[in-house]
Design a protein around this ligand. Structure first.
Ligand code: TGC
Ligand code: FAD
Length: 397
């Protein structure tokens, strides 16, 4: 007989193929067995373990939906389920993976030459190379079109561009081997993507200082990219795109991944709050779970996680059918991040004072979910993208 499963209330699993469910299981097993035991120390010490990306590469989690180049070639739904399992442990671990899979690998796959794809994709897929994606600048976050980073013909090295400028809040940058940097070509004023290889940059031309003492996403490493006449060979420029559609195509993939991912963080918050509420007794020996106000918190969170999962799944299916639009992705990114943050913050209350101890994990999810609502387009920016599509009037400027 059919019974209600609070962990999958709307039976999303019915929408997944056997293969997708098997991939989710593999990812869940890795995340619970290998990532969860590390996360508290990593978060306390702001210490991202570089070997995680190699481990993820070994089991095929990186660039999973890319066809060929030693990538798994899964559906977009399966790669979404991978991000969900990683983020069930920590948004920072998902962040490190998203940047590798969705941002740099998608950029190379969609817009690179065959030579660039063969040179970089298999190494990135195996986690032998670590990548990052430099779009945001100190003076231009929500409005990357106004970026100041510039690429001009190198004054003394023939066949090279020279990149100058500063990117900030860049996930993975301090330890990246290859940095996908977006810069304006001085000759045309158009934005182009450049693959900057750290090992080939002369001393003093590329610095990537870490941004320390973060209040969230502490299990992920974040930094700046400072380029001072950094020489980049012409063959490292992504040839087949110019303008913001380059970085935004990569962001479409990452934003959809986040829409899946945050439902994992919310489900983990729910399952921990439920367990706590069943065990903790207050007033005449009753478990907290007996009280109506507590039950409402759990019901709200379960509902939003289930709706969010279904919506992300629908958009991922449409993406594979070539029918997804950027506005659909804005809608699920905004809604799922906002609801995950609101619900996790309310579930935090179930733990009382114990929520303040990191061993209950809930405070970490709440802090991380603020960042997910902020990066890859802050929620209000996605409201404006949707508002523009609804009214035909842009309200950014
Ligand atoms: P707009 O005039 O709207 O568009 C400029 C050009 O871009 C094209 N385009 C897109 N192409 C593909 N997919 C999309 N989603 C696209 N959105 C826009 C558009 O067609 C146009 O092309 P063309 O050929 O006509 O030039 O641009 P705008 O300057 O008005 O931008 C407005 C706005 C607000 C939508 C945009 O700038 C925006 O989305 N801002 C948010 C910035 C953002 O998301 N930054 C993310 C940085 S990376 C990051 O956060 C990684 S964290 C990862 C982690 O750690 O997990
Ligand atoms: P701002 O653009 O200054 O916005 C501040 C506030 O003003 C926001 O609430 C915003 O919604 C609002 N606002 C801005 N413009 C408008 C408007 N027109 N109308 C109404 N409200 C508006 N970037 C990368 O390129 N690569 C990365 O790997 C990366 N990783 C990150 C990791 C972390 C931990 C963090 C915190 C950020 C990361 N980012 C990365 C940067 C991130 O994408 C930006 O922080 C984000 O796009 C917002 O830009 P901003 O911080 O400059 O905020």
């Amino acid at each position: 007989s059919t019974t209600f499963n609070w962990e999958d209330p709307l039976a999303a699993s019915e929408l997944y193929t056997e293969e997708e469910l098997a991939i989710q299981d593999t990812a869940r097993q890795y995340c619970q067995e290998r990532l969860l035991p590390r996360v508290l120390e990593a978060y306390r010490n702001e210490d991202y373990d570089r070997s995680i990306i190699a481990e993820m590469g070994e089991i095929g989690l990186l660039g999973a939906s890319i066809q060929g180049y030693e990538c798994a070639g899964t559906s977009t739904v399966a790669s979404g389920l991978i991000t969900k399992e990683v983020e069930r442990v920590d948004s920072g671990y998902r962040s490190g993976m998203s940047v590798q899979s969705s941002l740099i690998m998608t950029g190379i796959y969609e817009f690179g030459t065959e030579e660039q794809k063969e040179r970089f994709l298999p190494q990135l897929a195996k986690g032998k190379l670590l990548g990052c994606f430099g779009l945001t600048e100190p003076n231009h976050g929500s409005d990357p079109g106004s970026m100041e980073t510039v690429a001009r013909e190198h004054p003394s090295k023939k066949g090279y561009y020279s990149l100058s400028g500063t990117k900030t809040w860049i996930t993975n940058s301090p330890i990246s081997d290859v940095l996908l940097v977006w810069a304006k070509l001085q000759s045309t004023g158009k934005i182009k993507g450049f693959l900057v290889e750290r090992s080939k940059c002369p001393p003093g031309t590329l610095e990537t200082p870490a941004i320390k003492n973060k209040t969230a996403l502490r299990a992920s490493i974040t930094g700046m990219i400072q380029m001072d006449d950094c020489p980049v060979p012409v063959e490292n420029m992504l040839p087949s795109v110019e303008g913001l559609s380059g970085p935004f195509t990569c962001l479409n993939s990452a934003r959809l991944g986040i829409a899946f991912g945050v439902t994992g963080a919310l489900e983990d918050s729910l399952s921990r709050a439920r367990e706590y509420a069943l065990e903790r007794k207050q007033f005449k020996g009753n478990p907290l779970a007996k009280y109506q106000l507590i039950q409402k918190k759990l019901a709200d969170a379960a509902t939003d996680a289930a709706y969010g999962t279904l919506a992300a799944t629908q958009v991922a299916r449409l993406k594979d059918a070539g029918k997804a639009t950027p506005e659909m992705i804005s809608m699920v990114k905004r809604q799922n991040c906002d609801r995950a943050l609101v619900n996790a913050r309310i579930l935090q209350e179930v733990f009382g004072g114990n929520a303040t101890s990191d061993e209950y994990h809930i405070g970490r999810h709440v802090a991380n979910l603020f960042v997910t609502q902020t990066y890859e387009g802050q929620s209000d920016i996605h409201s404006l993208i949707l508002g523009r599509a609804i009214t035909g009037i842009q309200a950014f400027v």
